[in-house]
Design a protein around this ligand. Structure first.
Ligand SMILES: [Zn+2]
Length: 69
């Protein structure tokens, strides 16, 4: 019986630690190539696979990426 309690206690501790130290994955808005990115210059939505990434912004084309500075 004590063994079961010990296992449950360890499981609870592991779950709490996992919850506390869950990596806060701040993925870019377009990490998934199936999603749409909004061009920071003109506001057009383009598939992430076609979008141009610069810094933390996305653009519909290389031209707009350079236009935005
Ligand atoms: Zn654009």
């Amino acid at each position: 019986m004590r063994l079961i309690l010990l296992i449950l206690a360890i499981a609870a501790i592991v779950m709490i630690f996992r919850h506390l130290y869950r990596p806060t994955r701040r993925m870019p808005p377009c990490a998934d190539s199936e999603r749409m990115a909004r061009c920071a210059t003109c506001g057009v939505h383009v598939p992430c696979s076609m979008a141009v990434h610069r810094g933390d912004r996305w653009y519909c084309s290389q031209e707009h990426a350079e236009h935005d500075g």
